[in-house]
Design a protein around this ligand. Structure first.
Ligand code: GLY
Ligand code: MN
Ligand code: MN
Length: 441
């Protein structure tokens, strides 16, 4: 992502803020995993969106005060420290950060409180995401208290504190061409990872072996991390929506559901494919699989500007409910089943969600109680599923089958582009691809 794009996002935010406002955006911090070790660092999505500075603990401060006609961007970051850098890794330091991230000013983190008091003084409004980062909440609260208690030093705290998230969420919801390009790359890498898993699948291996193949492909194509906890659920495990143990043996005759996407420059892909462990669908598996696929393709037809996710959901629900009736898994009339939501026993989650820097990306789904119309540049997943628990009151042949098919769509001016279309999903495409490697079973 270019500095020009980061700076135009900051300008857009500065222009949307009320006059004489200051905005504080803290970076993420490291999170302890076990003594002296931390989870792999991931930058805060809002902070990432506005400047791309990759280090923990930093703060971005933006002001549109009248004496900064082009807006002011200030970054606080860790100081250079040869000893700390030997132990914990390289740091930009304020001087290099100012240059590389095109900031108007940079300061060391040690001066945060003192400089923030100076910077905030005199602004009417403070934009901040209270409750988003508790350590940052405490710092901001303490600074505001200092300002409020300092009238004798002629310092003035802003009268209003406003939540910056609603503005940033609306900006993040509509992706730029540069963002879509990165998401297309993340999608392509993730497509290849799913193909690799299909080709490596065989009875007797563990779910985590397929997870490893997926992550291998991500890394070999330049995406170091998955965007979320990879799900590899064989057999009944596919019916656990957020299954991440991934530690059971895959058996011949079962399906395996893989929900995995890489993260690239902070952006997520989010693909699910379900396929037979040994490469061939049984009749019952194929019947349910085709139904999920039909529902997904019917939903795609509704993805275009001015339509809503609700319309796509309604058609997917109708397809699934009619299909479950045809297969004898539900009984009665279509309308009554839809009315009573009987399908929810088997399709219990939403049709999809926004996708972007966060896998469940920001952006409200309703505006004043009404489903919001789709707009070009939105990116969303379409991911219908059918999950028949082993305890369900149905014929034996359906029990323990879990299927989800998930793709990532960009809304275009005339319809959509499916970023993840390359991952095989028709029964014949999957079976053909899976024949291209030697199988033990
Ligand atoms: N991978 C999370 C989801 O599909 O929503
Ligand atoms: Mn998803
Ligand atoms: Mn997913």
């Amino acid at each position: 992502m270019s500095n020009t794009e980061f700076s135009s996002r900051r300008n857009q935010l500065l222009q949307s803020m009320q006059a004489n406002s200051i905005c504080l955006i803290p970076a993420a911090d490291l999170v302890t995993r076990s003594r002296d070790t931390e989870y792999s660092f991931r930058q805060d999505s809002y902070f990432q969106y506005l400047c791309g500075f990759p280090e923990p603990q930093a703060w971005l401060v933006l002001s549109n005060r009248a004496d900064f006609p082009n807006g002011l961007s200030v970054l606080f970051c860790l100081n250079k420290d040869p000893v700390a850098e030997i132990w914990h890794g390289r740091r930009y330091g304020p001087k290099q950060a100012k240059q590389d991230f095109q900031m108007d000013m940079t300061y060391v983190l040690d001066d945060l409180e003192e400089k923030l008091i100076e910077l905030i003084d005199g602004h009417d409004n403070l934009y901040f995401a209270q409750g988003h980062n508790s350590a940052a909440d405490e710092i901001v609260f303490s600074i505001m208290q200092s300002l409020r208690q300092a009238p004798k030093q002629s310092k003035l705290a802003p009268n209003n504190t406003l939540d910056v998230r609603s503005m940033l969420d609306e900006m993040r919801l509509i992706k730029s061409d540069a963002e879509i390009n990165i998401m297309r790359q993340a999608a392509n890498i993730s497509v290849d990872a799913h193909k690799r898993a299909m080709q490596f699948s065989k009875a007797g291996i563990n779910e985590y072996h397929l997870e490893a193949e997926i992550h291998h492909e991500f890394a070999m194509q330049g995406a170091k991390n998955p965007a979320y906890g990879t799900i590899v659920g064989g057999g009944n495990n596919a019916c656990i929506l957020h299954y991440t143990e991934n530690n059971q043996v895959l058996n011949a005759g079962e399906l395996v559901l893989i929900d995995a996407g890489c993260e690239l420059q902070g952006y997520a892909a989010d693909i699910t494919r379900t396929f037979p462990v040994s490469g061939q669908f049984s009749e019952a598996q194929a019947a349910l699989y085709q139904l999920v696929l039909d529902a997904q393709l019917a939903a795609f037809e509704w993805i275009k500007p001015e339509n809503t996710i609700k319309q796509a959901t309604d058609v997917a629900v109708k397809t699934i409910t009619q299909g479950l009736l045809d297969l004898g898994i539900l009984q009665g009339k279509l309308e009554e089943n839809i009315e009573q939501q009987t399908y929810r026993q088997y399709f219990m989650h939403g049709l999809g969600h926004w996708l972007g820097l966060d896998v469940h990306d920001v952006g409200i789904y309703k505006i004043e109680g009404q489903d919001r119309p789709l707009k070009a540049g939105m990116v969303l997943t379409i991911e219908p599923g059918i999950y028949i628990s082993p305890e369900a009151n149905v014929e034996e042949k359906w029990k323990g089958i879990g299927i989800r098919i998930e793709d990532n769509l960009v809304v275009t001016k005339s319809g959509y582009e499916n970023l993840t279309h390359g991952a095989p999903k028709t029964i014949s495409h999957i079976e053909t691809l899976m024949q291209t490697t030697l199988k033990d079973s």
